[in-house]
Design a protein around this ligand. Structure first.
Ligand code: 5CA
Length: 440
């Protein structure tokens, strides 16, 4: 992408309304724009990152055996009247009437709709286990939307829903998502800690929130320090192994971790003082097992091996991609801007032409740009006639992992400079060597 033809409306000044660093940087880099309170557009740079986050979430959901579908944002109130949540949900639910005066709503979550899809076609235990997910916009009329897309009213959610014949099977389905979440957050460059959690309006009694420690987090959390050393389940984890997944779950829940709603002062106090961590955190995922809470009122049953009808046991599993993007920034930035983990960086590299119009610079940059693109890399090419200082500041601000700097003197000697955004380390390489390194 040539910067001169791109749409990346960078702000020169820090926006006043932004209270936390991620919100400030997302506005400054032109990743997002607020359209009305708690409702955002994702501009091209932000959209690239969001798409990469979603791709990782999707890969790990698929690996764990979940199947993607797509459900609408608008739902009929009837389904919610069946489950009893239409009245319970309160003012967070945006209620709408269509032209026939039928009550509708903008979905805050999808337990009812997925249960309806399930009951309309699944009749036998032979179709189980089943886990269906989508990545779709939700709306919750939050009292206090704030911090940009961290807590917005319209937001993206990956929500998965599992169906099983028995409670024991449902716990295995829960563990699959638990392990998938550990892998997902790790691939996003984050260390997320699963914590016993309150279930709120979703219901059930077995639930974990996945929390990223950050001073600007909205949740108060308490845990044992040893979490930082736990191993992330490997890519070849066998998701069909009941014992294998249970042992990963047991390991990751063997030491104390809880949010303030579930906090047990005595259990926390029993941890030696040096190992206690009392901090703030950002909830990036939340998983629930709630048994027959929805299958019972909505009549979602299957025929079991005994020939009898059984209510299915369900769980639901949420991740917030539009919250993850600012959470990653909270965890990875410096005074000059964002430092993207390579896995979600909007571009793999930025080629900076220090003197557009100079034949050597133009030829070298064109060569680099083409070679990297041909190797399947996402490359931003700063071909603008901005001042050098502005180009460097922009490259640092948007946090692309590698900067390839082509100035007239270096290119005359057949060389370019590579700068690592994270460490600041610089090296001078021949153009050939730079291409080899970046396409390796
Ligand atoms: N039905 C369940 C799981 S699918 C559910 O709705 N869970 S939730 O309420 O905990 O939301 C799941 C995830 O969505 C949260 O962990 C969080 O990452 C994200 N999320 C929730 N509310 C917001 C919000 N207002 N803004 C941004 N992300 C949000």
């Amino acid at each position: 992408m040539r910067l001169s033809r791109y749409f990346m409306p960078i702000l020169k000044e820090n926006p006043k309304e932004a209270e936390i660093v991620s919100h400030r940087l997302m506005l400054r880099t032109g990743m997002i724009r607020q359209q009305s309170q708690g409702i955002y557009s994702w501009l091209p740079l932000g959209k690239r990152v969001l798409d990469k986050v979603n791709a990782i979430i999707r890969e790990e959901q698929n690996r764990a055996g979940a199947i993607e579908l797509s459900m609408p944002t608008l739902q009929s109130a009837e389904l919610w009247q069946e489950s009893g949540r239409y009245e319970d949900y309160g003012k967070e639910m945006l209620r709408i009437r269509d032209r026939q005066d039928r009550p509708m709503l903008y979905g805050p979550t999808n337990e009812e709709m997925i249960t309806d899809i399930f009951r309309s076609s699944v009749k036998s235990y032979k179709s189980l286990p089943l886990n269906l997910y989508h990545i779709q916009l939700k709306f919750r009329d939050e009292i206090r939307p704030r911090f940009g897309t961290m807590r917005s009213r319209e937001f993206l959610m990956k929500d998965a829903y599992s169906f099983d014949l028995t409670q024991a099977d449902a716990i295995h389905s829960y563990n699959k998502m638990f392990v998938a979440y550990l892998r997902t957050f790790d691939r996003l460059g984050l260390r997320a800690i699963p914590m016993r959690a309150d279930t709120g309006p979703i219901g059930g009694n077995h639930s974990h929130e996945f929390i990223i420690l950050a001073d600007t987090g909205e949740s108060e959390v308490f845990c044992h320090k040893s979490f930082v050393d736990f191993d992330i389940p490997a890519v070849d984890t066998d998701f069909d192994s009941v014992e294998g997944l249970q042992s990963i779950f047991d390991k990751w829940t063997s030491v104390y971790a809880a949010t303030s709603e579930m906090h047990d002062e005595a259990a926390f106090g029993a941890i030696s003082e040096g190992d206690r961590l009392s901090a703030r955190g950002i909830e990036v995922g939340h998983i629930f097992y709630f048994g027959t809470k929805y299958s019972e009122p909505m009549g979602a049953k299957v025929q079991g091996p005994d020939g009898k009808e059984h209510l299915v046991h369900m769980g639901s599993y949420g991740i917030g991609p539009t919250r993850l993007v600012p959470a990653i920034i909270e965890a990875s930035h410096d005074e000059n801007g964002i430092i993207w983990p390579a896995s979600v960086a909007p571009f793999d590299a930025v080629v900076i032409n220090m003197k557009p119009g100079d034949e050597g610079c133009d030829t070298t940059c064109d060569r680099l740009y083409t070679a990297l693109q041909n190797a399947g890399k996402d490359v931003l090419y700063d071909d603008t006639d901005d001042r050098a200082g502005t180009k460097f500041a922009t490259a640092d601000l948007i946090g692309v992992p590698v900067q390839v700097i082509a100035g007239p003197r270096a290119v005359a000697a057949g060389e370019v400079e590579l700068k690592d955004r994270k460490t600041g380390a610089r090296e001078t390489l021949t153009i050939e060597a730079a291409i080899n390194k970046l396409t390796a």
